[in-house]
Structures are given as C-alpha cells and as structure tokens.
Write a protein that binds this ligand. Structure first.
Ligand SMILES: *Cc1c(COP(=O)(O)O)cnc(C)c1O
Length: 392
C-alpha cells in the first residue's frame, strides 16, 4: 500500500478546536456529547498537573469526561449532596462504594429488603475477610442489635426491594452515628425527586440510573452522591481502577432522561395507584405491597414526597402454578427484569423449588412485582383483570 503523507495528515491529523464554531453568539441547547477517550494538552506541565488531579481534570475518559460532568452536577444538586460520580451501571456504583469503604476484618449490616446482587457482592467480599449480616425488615431496634464492634457500614433501602416497606431513615442514621458507622442507601426506587436521604444524614446515596432516571429502557448506568472527601476516596480506591466508567453517549441519555423525569414520575404515580387500588379490591389478591397502602413501622410522613409505579402483590393461592398461570395470561404487561421504563413489566421471584429460599429471604410466596408504565391505566387494569381470572 502506498499512501500520501498529506492524505495521512488529512485523515488522522488533529486540529485544535475542530468542533468549535467560529461564532460564539449561539450555543447548543443540548449538552454536547464528548465522544473522546482522552484529552490532549498543549503544555507538558498541564498534562502533569492533570494526571495528578484526575478527579477534577479531564485526562482520560475512564476518569472524567465533560459529558459526565454536567449530569453529575445535576444529580448532586438534586440529592443536595456535595459531589456525584456516574458509573457504567448501578452495580458498578454500589460495588465501588462498598469495596472502597470496607477492609479485611470489617462487617457490613444490610437493613430492610436489599437488591439481591448487592448481597451477592457481600458474599464475594467474604473471600477478602469481610463479613455481613442481613436484617430483612426495617425494624431499627433489630438493626441496632445486629451491630458488631467491627461494623463499618450500614447499607439499606427504603422502600425496600420487592416488598417496598419503608424504614425510619433518620432513626437508623441516629443509631449508626452513635456507633460511628457509615450509612449508605440505594435510593433507586424514589429517585432524588421523592426522597433526599443526604438531608436526613445519610453518608452515601447510590442509584441505578437504568430505572426511572434513564426512563426509556435503553441505557444501563449508575451514580454515587456523597461528600467530596468520601467521593475522592472512592474515585481513587475503586472507581478509576475497577473501570466501570460510563460512556459519553450513555451519560447523554441519562441527562435526556432527567429532563422528563418529573412529568414521567407523576404519571407513574397516578397509574401505579390506580392499578394498586384495583388489585387491593380483587378477590384473588391477598395483599398489595405499595408504600401508599402499607402504613410502615412509624415512618415520618414527609420522608417520601410521592410514589412511583413499582410495587408488588401476592395471590391468595400462592403456588408456583398460580403465579405462572397469571404471568402467562398477561397480554399487555411484558415479562422481564429491570423496571422504571415507559413500558409496563411483570416479574416474580417464585421458582418451582424455591419456597424455602423465599422464606429465608423474608419474601412471601405468590408474589408478583409490577413496574407500571405510562400507558392508559384502564388498559393495564383490564389486562390484570383478565390475567387474574386464570389463577386457579
Ligand atoms: C437495578 C437495580 C440495581 C442495579 O443497577 P444496574 O444498573 O442494573 O447495575 C441496584 N439497586 C436496585 C434497587 C435496582 O433496582
């Protein structure tokens, strides 16, 4: 092959400010996507300084990229926290936080129903000498009793995964502070629009942005919001080295999701409550697990400022075959993992042989979880009505 040097320069040369328009009287209304893996410097001194300050300077997109920065600033402001870091997934964020904060010999206390893979992560950390205990209810006294001298971190959810029971966040924080223990919450269900745990004293907030914040079932992403000193610690100990950095395109999709989050959440709440009230009256339904319908164990009324469309219910006939009959009869609801998108989804933790495992996890038999989407509530209620008629 023979190529001309000029052609090589045209194809591969980099012109500074290649994308900038000469005129500065107009700006893009949407945040530009900085689809770049690295940032180049004019002066060696600036590169050296950037390398020593990767937390604040774009040097390499595994660390920092301006497409992340604008979303991070928005999420930190929404949570009323000092600083935010985006991740390639919710589990990327959770595992970076937990593995940065605990060391060999430390103990983690999980309170309330916590996302399954978070507990699986703790099981893996046992290989590194980290132990853990799960309290599957939101009972603060029970949680306090489970604290050990080496408990380093209390990690919890409210509302909890699968059964959506709340716990008194300020009361749990008070217990943790009295013992000098850090607290972290997975705030994915509520989003920062409906619950702001940092204002209640929680140290670290984690999100799967894959759910309501992304909102369109087209992106997997996560975030941590905490004090800048703590975030810097996580940044250097795990974020940069584990490599779960979000791509610029995905960061853009998260920012786009944020723009419609308030209107989408309002519709999820309305639809979710309509479906939950319908189920509560249904003869085949034993219980509806929706934070609006379950008075929690003495939780302050203003802890949550609204509801979303994710909740669950149990069948009066809680066998695997009854769950399977209802699931298979659904026509509009699709079956699938994840939640928080525009579309309505159903799933159940029930398997043919896992009754004992459900008991151990503190979960009821015959449970079906719904992610109520943005469609017409009548369509969703009619679909559930015909599907429930198949439960034997
Ligand atoms: C989905 C989810 C996660 C994990 O997030 P990914 O983006 O799937 O990694 C964590 N916590 C909760 C409550 C979730 O629903």
């Amino acid at each position: 092959m023979k190529l001309s040097p000029q052609d090589l320069d045209i194809c591969c040369g980099h012109q500074k400010s290649e994308t900038a328009e000469p005129s500065s009287v107009s700006q893009p209304i949407s945040t530009p996507i900085h689809q770049t893996s690295l940032f180049s410097f004019d002066r060696f001194e600036d590169l050296s300084h950037g390398l020593a300050n990767e937390f604040t300077t774009p040097v390499y997109s595994r660390g920092r990229n301006p497409s992340m920065t604008s979303v991070e600033q928005k999420l930190a402001a929404l949570e009323q926290g000092e600083a935010c870091k985006l991740f390639a997934s919710g589990m990327g964020a959770i595992s970076a936080a937990i593995s940065a904060l605990v060391s060999q010999g430390d103990h983690i206390l999980f309170v309330n129903q916590v996302y399954g893979p978070t507990i699986q992560l703790a099981t893996q950390l046992a290989r590194f000498g980290v132990s853990f205990t799960c309290i599957t209810s939101g009972d603060i006294a029970e949680a306090e009793q489970a604290i050990q001298p080496n408990t380093k971190l209390i990690w919890f959810e409210s509302p909890g995964t699968m059964t959506f029971t709340q716990l008194d966040i300020k009361a749990l924080v008070a217990v943790a502070k009295a013992h000098g223990i850090l607290t972290g919450i997975d705030n994915t269900w509520a989003t920062p629009l409906l619950q702001k745990p940092i204002t209640m004293g929680v140290d670290i907030v984690a999100h799967s942005l894959t759910k309501y914040i992304g909102g369109h079932s087209d992106v997997v992403a996560g975030a941590l919001i905490t004090r800048e000193t703590l975030l810097k610690d996580i940044f250097f100990k795990t974020f940069l080295l584990n490599g779960a950095a979000i791509g610029p395109m995905d960061a853009y999709l998260i920012e786009r999701g944020l723009r419609t989050l308030p209107v989408r959440l309002a519709q999820h709440e309305t639809n979710g409550l309509a479906v939950a009230h319908f189920l509560q009256e249904h003869e085949k339904v034993a219980q509806v697990f929706h934070p609006a319908l379950q008075p929690a164990l003495s939780v302050p009324e203003d802890q949550l400022s609204g509801f979303t469309g994710l909740f669950s219910f149990t069948l009066k006939q809680p066998s695997y075959s009854a769950v399977s009959d209802v699931m298979n009869a659904l026509k509009h609801f699709r079956m699938g993992v994840s939640w928080g998108g525009f579309e309505s989804l159903a799933i159940s933790p029930q398997r043919p042989q896992n009754a004992q495992a459900l008991v151990e996890a503190g979960l009821p038999q015959g449970l079906i979880r719904l992610s109520v989407g943005l469609e017409s509530a009548d369509t969703l209620i009619n679909d559930l009505s015909q599907a429930l008629s198949h439960a034997q």
